[in-house]
Design a protein around this ligand. Structure first.
Ligand SMILES: Nc1nc2c(ncn2[C@@H]2O[C@H](COP(=O)(O)OP(=O)(O)O)[C@@H](O)[C@H]2O)c(=O)[nH]1
Ligand SMILES: [Mg+2]
Length: 225
C-alpha cells in the first residue's frame, strides 16, 4: 500500500475512534448496555438476535440496529419480536462505522433502553477495525463454516469480548471439531470467553442470557465480568 493510502486510512480510523468515544459516553449517560454482533454472512446473527429480543422484551427494554449492504430483510425479521428496530443500509460499504450508528440513533430516547443490540454487516474483515462505542463485541462462528476461521481472520476474533459458536444442533452433521475450534480461537485471543448455542434447539441459550445479564450488571457496578 502506498504511504498516501495508509495516511488516508489512518485518518478515517482516527475519526471513527473520536465518534465512537462520543457514542460510548452517550451510551453510558443513558445507562444503556450496547452489544454488537459480528460474523461472516449466515453465521446466525439475526437468528440469535431475534430470539434474544423476543426473550428479553417482556422484562427488559430492548432495541436493535441492523446493518446490511442492501434490503431491510433483517429489520423486518427482527421487528416480529415487537422491539424497535432500525435498518442501516451501507450500499457498498462492508462494515458499520460509528457515524452510521450515531445517525441511525437520531431521535431515539436511549435513556428508555436497557439493551441496544447492533448487528454488523456480515464480514470477518472490515468490522474489526471500527469501534462502534459498544460495551460488548460478540463474534459468532457457526459450526458449518470451518473451525479454522479464527486462524484465517484473526483480527476480528482478537478484538472481540466474547465468541459464540452457533448452530450447535448441526455440529455432528457438519463434522464440527470443538477442540480444533477452541485451539483456533486461543490462537487469535488466548482465553477468549466462548459460549456454544443453538437457536433451533435452545441449547446454551440460558448461558447466553446469563452472560448478557452479568455483563450489564458488571457495567452498572463498575465490575468487568
Ligand atoms: N440449524 C440451525 N440453523 C440456524 C441457527 N441459527 C441460524 N440458523 C440458520 O442459518 C441461516 C442464516 O442465519 P441468519 O441469522 O440470517 O445469519 P446472519 O447472516 O449472520 O444474520 C438461516 O437459515 C437460519 O435459519 C441454529 O442455531 N441452528
Ligand atoms: Mg443478518
Amino acid at each position: 500500500m502506498s504511504p498516501r493510502i495508509v495516511e488516508i486510512r489512518e485518518a478515517i480510523l482516527k475519526k471513527n475512534d473520536l465518534v465512537a468515544r462520543r457514542l460510548r459516553q452517550v451510551f453510558a449517560d443513558a445507562g444503556v448496555y450496547v452489544v454488537s454482533l459480528v460474523s461472516s454472512p449466515g453465521a446466525g446473527k439475526t437468528a440469535l438476535l431475534g430470539e434474544t429480543l423476543r426473550r428479553l422484551a417482556p422484562t427488559c427494554r430492548v432495541a436493535a440496529l441492523v446493518g446490511d449492504l442492501a434490503t431491510d430483510h433483517d429489520a423486518v425479521r427482527l421487528r416480529a419480536s415487537g422491539a424497535p428496530v432500525r435498518q442501516i443500509t451501507t450500499g457498498t460499504v462492508c462494515h458499520l462505522d460509528a457515524e452510521m450508528v450515531e445517525r441511525a440513533l437520531d431521535g431515539w430516547d436511549l435513556g428508555s433502553l436497557d439493551f441496544l443490540f447492533i448487528e454488523n454487516v456480515g464480514n470477518l474483515v472490515c468490522p474489526a477495525s471500527y469501534d462502534l462505542g459498544e460495551d460488548l463485541r460478540v463474534v459468532l462462528l457457526s459450526v458449518t463454516e470451518g473451525e479454522d476461521k479464527p486462524e484465517k481472520y484473526p483480527t476480528i476474533f482478537a478484538t472481540a469480548d466474547l465468541a459464540v459458536i452457533t448452530k450447535i444442533d448441526l455440529a455432528s452433521a457438519a463434522g464440527y471439531d470443538d477442540v480444533l475450534a477452541r485451539r483456533a480461537l486461543d490462537g487469535a485471543q488466548p482465553d477468549l470467553d466462548v459460549l456454544r448455542v443453538s437457536v433451533k434447539s435452545g441449547l446454551g441459550m440460558a448461558d447466553w442470557f446469563g452472560r448478557l445479564d452479568a455483563a450489564r450488571a458488571g457495567k452498572r457496578t463498575g465490575l468487568r465480568v
